[in-house]
Design a protein around this ligand. Sequence first.
Ligand SMILES: Cc1cc2nc3c(=O)[nH]c(=O)nc-3n(C[C@H](O)[C@H](O)[C@H](O)COP(=O)(O)OP(=O)(O)OC[C@H]3O[C@@H](n4cnc5c(N)ncnc54)[C@H](O)[C@@H]3O)c2cc1C
Length: 396
Amino acid sequence: MVYRIDKKIVIAGAGIGGVTLAAQLASLGIECDIYEQQKLLSEAGFGLNIQPTAVSALYRLGLSEQLNSVGIQTRAHRYVDHLGTLLFEEARGIEAGFDTPQISISRAKLLNLIFSMAKDKQAFHFGSAFSGDFFNKADWADKLIVGADGIHSAVRRALFPDTTELNAGGIMLWRGMTIMPRLLDGRTMIIANDENGVRLVAYPMSKSHDLCVESLVNWVILVPMSYETLPETAINHFQATNFLLDLLKEWHFHWLDLQTLITMSKTIMRTAMVDKQPLEKWSHGQCVLLGDAAHPMFPVGANGATQSILDAETLAYALYDYPDFESAIVAYEYVRIPAVSKIVMANRKMNERDLMLQNLAPQERGQEIAITTTNYETETIKEMFGLTPYKNLGLL
Ligand SMILES: Cc1cc2nc3c(=O)[nH]c(=O)nc-3n(C[C@H](O)[C@H](O)[C@H](O)COP(=O)(O)OP(=O)(O)OC[C@H]3O[C@@H](n4cnc5c(N)ncnc54)[C@H](O)[C@@H]3O)c2cc1C
């Protein structure tokens, strides 16, 4: 196939989605410019998960060895109560029958790995915030603009000003990361609930720590808004740890010291859990959205980074395969919008389920988790298969 698009592609945002698109385009011999508001590639962030379909996409980029030497191949999600009693365990990645693993990894390390596949081949402009004014630049008239500028996307604001409202999930997310003795087998994600609707998600995310028989544990505590007693303004580390320790004072796991987990995290960050109502279109003219700019979602399905990587792969191949931007965008939207919109809605449902668990008798919770987790998988799994599926749909 000969690459026929001879006009330049401009990407706003060098986050996971934007950098993956730049790397995918580089692998196909297509040039692009990337504008990132930060002065350097972000070192920020805690851990995230990449589901097997997106791991396959990154393997196709040539990152298999690097990913496996940096991240953890997650074996299972283990659901427990606040005393660590097993409610349900679900195999993940290769153990669940996929050809590739689910990988838990530091966001900064993942971003760096993907960046390494693009940095020498594409033009990165750091310290350049994209704004509505960019659309008025005369010499940009024939360019494709890709808004990969995250949840508060300026590109989305310019394209669809009425769709920027955040939908609050009624939950605060408290994130940290702590070096601990190896957590269980070093490859298990813990998802714990108590009777007040407080949840803890914790998982190892660093291979180098695992090799030293310890775990760099990424943790997130999900707190219903009604339990939030701290002011919305800046709070210090001491206030944050005290608040979280008090919240978990009735919790006890004999295999994970929660006090150490919270107090020994160098940083603790608090954000509200939000998403946005799915859009019917992600594009207008020669401008298209990707990743969180198009579809921010609740993190409960561990799918945010995965979907931005799959968006990037699909868009890159569409741009390679089609003769003009318009047809490429049609193919990209045709595949990705219905798939990702379903996941946004499934994540909302899963969040409601998690909050409802507290109303069930302890012996019923495991069964409920088994049912809804299986439903989530069947509702979303076929949506997670990536590589240029428009080819199979007869669109090309
Ligand atoms: C600093 C940071 C830390 C994060 N930490 C975590 C985490 O610990 N765990 C987790 O699960 N998810 C985290 N996320 C979110 C996660 O990366 C995304 O949900 C997911 O990977 C989708 O990626 P994305 O590329 O669509 O958006 P993002 O990865 O959010 O990237 C968006 C990029 O666009 C840039 N940008 C924004 N506005 C402009 C503008 N006007 N002009 C130019 N550039 C712009 C941002 O600086 C950022 O680099 C974090 C995001 C950021 C930005």
